[in-house]
Design a protein around this ligand. Structure first.
Ligand SMILES: Nc1ncnc2c1ncn2[C@@H]1O[C@H](COP(=O)(O)OP(=O)(O)O)[C@@H](O)[C@H]1O
Ligand SMILES: [Mg+2]
Length: 232
């Protein structure tokens, strides 16, 4: 499956989310390819740091900031991998448009803040355009840097309903230092020497909802909301 983590807005956690998902799939035994579509190449840098330690599951990583190249390379090589995760750069880049053409799922992380919620309009429009040109693209919005309390999370979640082409995925990642610490070392939050159990649980829940739910939807056997399945 090709998963694109995308948002035209920067700093919403695309790279952090893409890295955690890719690593979690590798830990589950999948052959993972992380494709970095951002000129800043943050994901590639994180994977380079990761590869300095041989104790952790390896992840193939390539950098294609140019959309034409990204599209042709991913289409040519994706059959060699079980899971492809594309970290798309911010802005309305060619890599973002290419990712929307080839992905099975686009995951849009956003923060529970006004500017982030307003910016959903932008990415929702690109999703609409992509869906009008091709079949089978599913688009989910997920909260990142969610607040520990208060009503902003639920207000932001409800705002997703204004965009009928975006489905709110109820698997928020909260604002936790563990995410920044782990990503800086090329790790998932589940790999930290002293893991943050809450961060680990929410990443596992997100991965489960994305992959098991998708698989379940295909075979039509499992409930979309069940959440008790093991990650395959
Ligand atoms: N859930 C989170 N909790 C705390 N910090 C986070 C979280 N998600 C991202 N960050 C931090 O926010 C900053 C932006 O995240 P990043 O993944 O680089 O965003 P993007 O790729 O969308 O530009 C980074 O410093 C990252 O460590
Ligand atoms: Mg990034």
């Amino acid at each position: 499956m090709i998963l694109a983590v995308a948002n035209t807005k920067g700093g919403v956690g695309k790279t952090t989310v893409a890295l955690n998902i890719a690593i979690q799939r590798a830990i589950a035994g999948r052959d993972v390819w992380l494709v970095d579509g951002d000129r800043q190449a943050t994901a590639s840098t994180a994977i380079a740091i990761r590869s300095e330690s041989h104790r952790r599951p390896a992840i193939a990583c390539s950098s294609y900031p140019d959309g034409v190249r990204l599209r042709s390379q991913v289409l040519q090589q994706c059959s060699k991998f079980q899971d492809v995760v594309i970290d798309v750069g911010g802005r309305d880049s060619s890599a973002l448009r290419a990712a929307l053409v080839i992905a099975d799922i686009v995951l849009v992380p956003f923060q529970p803040r006004s500017y982030d919620v307003w910016a959903l309009q932008d990415i929702a429009q690109l999703v609409v355009e992509a869906q009008s040109m091709r079949d089978g693209l599913k688009a989910y919005a997920v909260l990142n840097c969610a607040d520990p309390a208060g009503s902003d999370n639920s207000a932001a979640a409800q705002a997703v309903a204004e965009h009928p082409h975006l489905v709110y995925l109820d698997a928020p990642l909260h604002r936790r230092k563990a995410y920044a610490n782990a990503a800086g070392a090329g790790m998932s939050v589940t790999e930290l020497r002293v893991p943050d159990q809450k961060a680990a649980a929410e990443v596992l829940s997100l991965v489960r909802k994305l992959y098991v739910t998708d698989f379940a939807a295909k075979i039509g056997e499992l409930s979309v909301t069940s959440g008790e399945e093991s990650v395959t």
